[in-house]
Ligand binder design. Structure first.
Ligand SMILES: [Zn+2]
Ligand SMILES: [Zn+2]
Length: 392
C-alpha cells in the first residue's frame, strides 16, 4: 500500500483543475490537465521515484552538479576520442575496403577520383561494405556535394518522416492495435490532415532553407562525402555521441520552452496535440524548429561527419521522435529493450499535463530527467498504475 500513499497527498496539493475536459479538438494547452483523475494522481512532484535507476537524492544532486559544472569538459573529451578514433582507423579502413572502391569506380566509369585509398593494392576479400560503396560512388559521381547535403538530406528526411508516421495514422483510423494505444482519445481525420498540411508548409519554408544555409557551416566543420566511407565502428560511435549531445541540449532547450512566455507564444503549438500521433513530432512553431533543430545538428557540426553518417543520423533520429509521439506502446517498442530509453509512453506523459508540471523533457533517454528530478510525476503515475492494475 506504500505506493498508494502519495495519491492522498497529491489530491490535497494539486492545482485547481481547468475547465472540464471537452476532448480535445477545442483543447487549450494553457488550460491542462484534461483528465481529472490523472492530474490528481500526478500531483506535486516528490523525490526518489525513479525505479529504473534508483539511487538517493544525494546521488542525483551530486550528478546534477557534476554535469552542470563539468559538462563542457566531458563533451570535449568525447569529441576528441571520436575524432582520434576516426583518424587512427583510416589507414586500416583503406586496406580493408580498397577492392570495393576500385570495383565501384570502374563500374560507374567515374572520372572523379574516388579516393586515393582505392589505389592501395590489397589482397583483402570484398567487404560487405561493397554494396553501400556502390551506392555512395553512384551518388558522388552524379551529384555535387552541395546537392547531396541539402536536397538529398531534405528528401531523405521527408521520406522517412512521412512514411514512418503513416502506420499509426492508419492504426488510429482503423482501430487496429487499439489495446496498445496509450490514451483513449482518437484523433479525427480533420486534426490529422491539418497537422500534415502545416508540416509540409513548415518543412518547405523552414527546414529546407535551414539546410541550404547551414551547408557552409557543415563544410567548415569537416563534412565530407568522398570515399572511403567510415567504418561502422566510427559511424555507430558518432551516432551514439549525437544522441547523447542532442538529448542533453534538447532537455534544456525544451525545459526553457516550458517557461510561461515561451510556452504561450512558441511551444504551445507543439502541445496543441495532447494525444500525439507520429506526425505531430515535428509539428511546432517555426521558432521552435530553429531552436531545437540546433540540438539535432550540434553533434554532427562538432564532429564533421561523413555525409553517409549524417544521413543515418537523420534517419534514426526521425524514427526515434516519430515513435516517441506515436501514441502506441507495443510489446516490441524499443523502450522495452533499450535501457534508459524513453519512448512513446514516457513522452506521451509530457503531452498530457499542464505545462508547468509536464516533466519528461528529454527527447530520447530518461536519465537526464532523472538527474534533474523532472521525471518524478511520471514514475509516481507508473507506481499507482501498477498497484491499481489499470492505466490512466
Ligand atoms: Zn513540451
Ligand atoms: Zn512532443
Amino acid at each position: 500500500m506504500a505506493a498508494t500513499e502519495p495519491l492522498v497527498i497529491a489530491t490535497k496539493a494539486v492545482e485547481p483543475l481547468a475547465t472540464p475536459p471537452d476532448f480535445l479538438d477545442t483543447f487549450d494547452p494553457m488550460k491542462k490537465p484534461v483528465e481529472k483523475d490523472y492530474a490528481m494522481i500526478v500531483g506535486p512532484e516528490e523525490p526518489n521515484l525513479s525505479p529504473r535507476i534508483g539511487g538517493s537524492a544525494d546521488l542525483r544532486s551530486t550528478m546534477a552538479s557534476l554535469i552542470e559544472s563539468c559538462w563542457g569538459v566531458w563533451l570535449s573529451i568525447l569529441i576528441s576520442c571520436i575524432g582520434v578514433h576516426d583518424r587512427l582507423d583510416s589507414e586500416d579502413r583503406c586496406r580493408r575496403y580498397a577492392p570495393s572502391y576500385v570495383a565501384a569506380s570502374i563500374i560507374l566509369k567515374s572520372e572523379r577520383p574516388v579516393d586515393e585509398c582505392s589505389l592501395i593494392n590489397c589482397s583483402c576479400n570484398l567487404h560487405v561494405a561493397a554494396s553501400y560503396s556502390f551506392l555512395s560512388a553512384y551518388l558522388i559521381t552524379h551529384f555535387s556535394e552541395f546537392q547531396l547535403a541539402t536536397i538529398g538530406t531534405f528528401l531523405i528526411h521527408e521520406s522517412v518522416y512521412f512514411l514512418s508516421g503513416l502506420p499509426t495514422l492508419y492504426f488510429e483510423r482503423s482501430g487496429l492495435f487499439r489495446k496498445y494505444k496509450i490514451q483513449k482519445k482518437v484523433n479525427t481525420p480533420e486534426v490529422q490532415w491539418r497537422c500534415i498540411l502545416r508540416l509540409v508548409l513548415y518543412h518547405v519554408c523552414v527546414n529546407l532553407p535551414l539546410m541550404l544555409i547551414s551547408y557552409p557551416t557543415f563544410r567548415f566543420m569537416g563534412l565530407r562525402s568522398s570515399l572511403p566511407l567510415p567504418p561502422w565502428s566510427v559511424i555507430v560511435s558518432q551516432i551514439i555521441f549525437y544522441f547523447i549531445v542532442e538529448d542533453f541540449v534538447f532537455y534544456w532547450g525544451h525545459r526553457i520552452l516550458h517557461t510561461k512566455w515561451l510556452y504561450q507564444h512558441v511551444h504551445s503549438v507543439h502541445h496543441e496535440h495532447a494525444t500525439p500521433f507520429g506526425l505531430t513530432s515535428e509539428y511546432a512553431h517555426p521558432a521552435e524548429i530553429l531552436f531545437l533543430g540546433f540540438a539535432t545538428i550540434l553533434g554532427p557540426a562538432l564532429t564533421g561527419p561523413h555525409l553517409f553518417t549524417l544521413w543515418l543520423w537523420v534517419i534514426v533520429r526521425v524514427l526515434e521522435t516519430v515513435e516517441a509521439h506515436s501514441g502506441y506502446h507495443f510489446p516490441w517498442s524499443p523502450s522495452n529493450f533499450i535501457p534508459l530509453y524513453g519512448g512513446a509512453d514516457f513522452h506521451d506523459y509530457h503531452h498530457r499535463l499542464l505545462y508547468t508540471k509536464s516533466g519528461n523533457y528529454s527527447s530520447t533517454f530518461t536519465y537526464v530527467d532523472w538527474i534533474f528530478g523532472t521525471d518524478k510525476g511520471y514514475w509516481k503515475l507508473k507506481a499507482v498504475e501498477e498497484v491499481e492494475g489499470k492505466k490512466y
